[in-house]
Design a protein around this ligand. Structure first.
Ligand SMILES: *Cc1c(COP(=O)(O)O)cnc(C)c1O
Length: 432
């Protein structure tokens, strides 16, 4: 070991660390004292999505362990190129969510910028491993996405994603963050990055200052899947971001053979809290080509939440989500705690299995917008109170969400005198 006069994360030349990263499976396996045959037949997978592993991340792997959970995340395998039905290149319909070059929107009030296709580590389960970064970039650079955001006053949060936004160097990042800060209707800036974990040297004092000094409320969302990823250097990098009062969240992907174990998950969430990172999302692994061997049944995620909720601090429990195919976005899933209900009671069960009846109030005067200061102020300002989706059904603003094509297969509905449904169905027919 070479003695260092300063912590590793302060080394300014993260690009040098990146240039020294492993790019060949044989080299990484040799470094770990493992047989090259572990990567046998994986040339196709490695050509499609080359191996890329920073040395610091490889140093967190256990030498001689072919099943090391960090190694599993990054080692190309022959089975990635096996054709499996149901698996696609774009499992969450990102390309259909594009509203401008390099800008995706699936949710109200926030949009996601594909800042770069580059990342410091190539995770084999990456849901954007087949994303057409080149084609997106040819449609227009970050300027096009920034211009599109400037023209959308309804969007108040910009999410920098990729690839990894911290692969931009400080000057490119400062330009982008500055341009976003100049858009008056933006309030929040979010960075989704794995670099503080896999390339902690990227988190320089200058970077922390750049993010902390941004006009927008800035939030950093990192990505760690296993407690062994939280080495000293990553912990120091995250601490230095935290010391600049940047809120830190983590998202994980649930991966077979990596973290599909309640003990590993518990160690991960506690490891994160120790360095002031709040567990945010636990994702079901997407149906992306090449990641089939990582997928677990949805039930495994539910079982993990069952083992965490109530058994550890509430803020240590991430929200388990499935990214719905077809661009449906994140759908939260959890064990059922509400067992039944009557007009005056709900029956709930707790994390221990205790089942209790919980009395509802005898009377409830519904929230009255005319007596609510907040609603009155909005009405006074002429803001329309329009709900969307299921919230609109609950508020009575909509009476049905009708699947496309419903009219054709449900002729009997024409006999129902329910004007909104008929109007909705007629609208669909017109569109065809
Ligand atoms: C995940 C995601 C977001 C962020 O969703 P949150 O629930 O706010 O974290 C935004 N846009 C897209 C396209 C996403 O995939």
């Amino acid at each position: 070991m070479v003695a260092r006069s300063q912590p590793r994360w302060q080394t300014p030349d993260w690009k040098r660390d990146l240039a020294q990263a492993f790019t060949r499976p044989a080299e990484l396996l040799d470094h770990l004292g493992l047989a090259p045959s572990l990567a046998a037949g994986s040339d196709g997978a490695a050509r499609q999505f080359p191996l890329l592993v920073p040395r610091g991340f490889a140093d967190l792997m256990e030498p001689g362990n072919a099943d090391d959970p960090l190694l599993r995340q990054v080692l190309p395998l022959a089975r990635e190129t096996a054709v499996a039905t149901g698996y696609v290149a774009d499992p969450v319909a990102d390309t259909a969510a594009s509203i401008a070059p390099g800008l995706l929107q699936k949710y109200a009030h926030r949009a996601l910028l594909i800042t770069t296709g580059a990342c410091a580590v190539h995770c084999r389960y990456c849901f954007r491993r087949h994303f057409p970064y080149g084609a997106e970039a040819r449609r227009g650079g970050p300027g096009a996405a920034v211009a599109a955001l400037a023209a959308r006053p309804d969007i108040d949060e910009a999410i920098l994603s990729g690839g990894d936004p911290l692969m931009l160097d400080d000057s490119a990042l400062a330009d982008l963050v500055g341009a976003l800060g100049d858009i008056p209707h933006l309030k929040r800036l979010r960075l989704h990055t794995r670099l503080p974990v896999v390339l902690p040297s990227r988190v320089t004092t200058a970077l922390c200052a750049l993010l902390a000094d941004c006009r927008l409320e800035t939030i950093v969302v990192v990505h760690a899947n296993h407690p062994a990823e939280l080495g000293d250097a990553a912990a120091a990098a995250l601490r230095s971001l935290g010391e600049r009062r940047l809120p830190l969240l983590n998202q994980s992907v649930l991966l077979r053979g990596v973290n599909d174990c309640i003990h590993v998950m518990k160690a991960l969430v506690h490891g994160l809290l120790k360095i002031r990172v709040r567990p945010y999302y636990l994702y079901q692994c997407d149906l992306v080509h090449g990641a089939g061997h990582f997928r677990t049944p949805v039930a495994v995620g539910i079982e993990i939440i069952e083992a965490l909720r109530g058994h550890t601090s509430g803020f240590a429990v991430p929200t388990f989500v499935v990214d719905a195919p077809g661009g449906g976005g994140k759908v939260p899933l959890m064990p059922n705690y509400l067992l039944s209900q009557s007009a005056d009671r709900v029956v709930v069960r707790n994390f221990e299995g205790l089942i209790t009846a919980y009395a509802q109030p005898d009377t409830y005067e519904r929230h009255d917008p005319s007596r609510c200061a907040s609603c009155r102020a909005r009405a006074g300002a002429g803001v329309e109170d329009e709900q969307e989706g299921v919230a609109a059904l609950l508020s009575g603003q909509e009476r049905a969400i009708v699947p496309e094509g419903y009219a054709a297969s449900h002729q009997r509905l024409t006999r129902i005198r329910w004007a909104p449904i008929k109007a909705a169905l007629a609208g669909q027919d017109d569109e065809r």
